[in-house]
Ligand binder design. Sequence first.
Ligand code: UNU
Ligand code: FES
Ligand code: FE
Length: 444
Amino acid sequence: MVKVNELVDVAHGVQSKRVFWDQEVYEQELERVFGRCWLFLTHESLIPNFGDFVTAYMGEDKVIVVRQKDGEIKAFLNSCTHRGNQVCHADSGNAKAFTCSYHGWSFGADGSLAALPLEQSAYYGKFDKAGAGLREVAKVDSYRGFVFGCFDAAAPSLPDYLGEMGWYLDTWMDGTGGAELVGPPMKSILRCNWKVPAENFIGDGYHVGWTHAAAIKVLGGPLSGLAGNAEIPFDDAGLQVTSRHGHGFGVIWDGLGLIHDDPAYREYAYANLPALTEKMGPWRAKLYTGHWNAGIFPNCSYLYGTNTFKVWNPRGPNEIEVWTWTLVEKAMSPELKAEVVKQAIHSFGTAGTLESDDGENMETCTWSNRGPQTRKGVMNSQMGQINDGEHPELPGIIGKNFIGETSYRGFYRFWAEMMQAENWDAVRANDATWKDALIKGAAE
Ligand code: UNU
Ligand code: FES
Ligand code: FE
């Protein structure tokens, strides 16, 4: 078992560089993080009808996500119960049955083994089909149409798992009639550890002016002043949030649509503002026109206001498969949706300008820590910790500015907790004290 307390020092904002490379850390993550947390699968609007399916990853496990006859959604391991072949090779579609390409076992939308070749002549009619269905993922649920799955039956419900983050997500998932994803997702490989993009997207406002200096200069608009950190608006420019289960974000006030320099999107959002303020109050109205760098622990990230929505699927400790959808609001016109999709592809699609800026850092952050001497070193995430605390109106822990590492520290605090805990009961036992190290660390 990995000694996690040697890897993450929450109170002092320090992490070992081993978290990006060690095979041992990785194997434990697959069991304890990906095996027990809620993982993003798809959006309900992408599988609206009975038999509609998408395939997805849950950590390294392949799954089939299928709309059932009664409208529910279930997920199954994409592995044949006969001799283990992959059952479904398509990315998405509508199927009456999933038939394995090896010997032809055939599974229904509910995962049950419906038919197998030569059942009478070779198995003499005695094969127990009831016990040979695809293994079902213990929990599948959706929050405002966003579908997640969890392998651990003892995990908290999806709303409980999202916790304080649900209050924030409701801003754009619920405030104006809901959001949806445009698929199919773009897919690409990055040679990096899955946590490098996860920790970046969860709120790294610090890199924007530097890593993306050229891109934001070329794109123009109000954000171009950030290029090279030439103009950094401080205290009132935004804030950072982290939550009980490691989800978090950093927000730039009034940043919606700015990376895309997109007046149509901004006009749409500002027209919604009076009704949204009425429904959700002034804080969430302010959040609604912001730009969020955000993460849902462990490996789902999105930029609200730039509208890229991603999952970093781990493929070993030093490779990921990136899946990228575009985030739109249901009430947008088809023209506006199409425009948002185009802009999201240009910025954070597989070959996007900003995506390729980030990709290079993500790969070198991983591979430069391969050497055993380098791995003995630590990384620093102390920025802004001195100001982290509770807020009278905002749930979670709040950091003072959009450039800070509040959400990053919260991500690693929960990562360490999941890596260490025997089970979800042991995690729940920390519910009253989870804020202590994050906030007290600031006082030391
Ligand atoms: O790279 C990002 N996460 C980003 C870029 C965030 C805000 C503006 C530009
Ligand atoms: Fe931040 Fe190098 S300056 S990783
Ligand atoms: Fe970036």
